[in-house]
Design a protein around this ligand. Structure first.
Ligand SMILES: Cc1cc2nc3c(=O)[nH]c(=O)nc-3n(C[C@H](O)[C@H](O)[C@H](O)COP(=O)(O)OP(=O)(O)OC[C@H]3O[C@@H](n4cnc5c(N)ncnc54)[C@H](O)[C@@H]3O)c2cc1C
Length: 171
């Protein structure tokens, strides 16, 4: 990929976000919607995500081929030296632009571990139970029988609502 020519700039930034992937974009959104209007610079190594391969489910594999960092694992002696390809998105949206748009929650045990680590340090807790409240707010599904919940069916424990994020299991 060609390195773009960058003019020297005297602009000062309050925040510089390196990588406009899943986390970088979410963080940037939080920063730019802050009432204090901080100046935010986002640096992304990859290019635009305006590609039909990214927009259309059927193009997911081509999106991987076009926007991958090209990492390879070490040969695996337990599998006749197999070298796995470790896909990582190099494009606006990062891996979420090439991950076939399937939404999977994090493991409850991880949330609980973070909850232990950050106990008292944040206004909002990180335990699985606390995270569930937030996940339910941002999730919905168009799967028949999911009753505005996640792919876990109509169990009210898992139900989300319709805005702002739409997740679907209809693929
Ligand atoms: C093929 C594939 C399928 C997947 N399927 C699923 C799935 O079905 N469900 C699911 O939940 N998850 C899935 N994942 C995982 C999920 O997409 C990732 O865990 C998540 O997107 C990672 O987010 P992130 O912000 O940590 O990193 P990324 O989204 O990878 O963001 C990192 C960004 O930083 C940029 N960057 C890196 N270095 C630099 C640098 N030096 N300067 C500037 N920019 C830089 C990268 O180009 C990238 O855009 C999949 C991932 C892949 C690759």
């Amino acid at each position: 990929m060609e390195t773009p020519h960058v003019e020297r700039s005297d602009v000062e930034w309050d925040y510089i976000v390196v990588g406009a992937g899943s986390a970088g974009c979410a963080l940037t959104h939080e920063l730019v919607t802050d009432a204090r209007k901080p100046r935010v610079l986002v640096l992304e190594a990859g290019g635009t995500d305006r590609s039909p391969y990214i927009r259309l489910q059927a193009g997911a594999f081509q999106a991987c081929l076009n926007h991958d960092w090209g990492y390879r694992a070490q040969p695996d002696p337990t599998r006749h030296g197999l070298i796995e390809r470790w896909w990582r998105g190099r494009v606006l949206g990062g891996c979420s632009s090439i991950n076939s748009t399937i939404y999977v929650r994090g493991a409850a045990r991880d949330f609980d571990r973070w909850g232990e680590s950050f106990r008292g340090a944040h206004e909002h807790g990180w335990s699985a139970q606390q995270a569930m409240t937030i996940l339910r707010e941002i999730e919905t599904s168009d799967q028949p029988g999911a009753a505005r919940g996640s792919a876990s069916g109509s169990n009210p424990r898992w139900q989300g609502r319709s805005e702002p994020k739409s997740s679907t299991s209809a693929i």
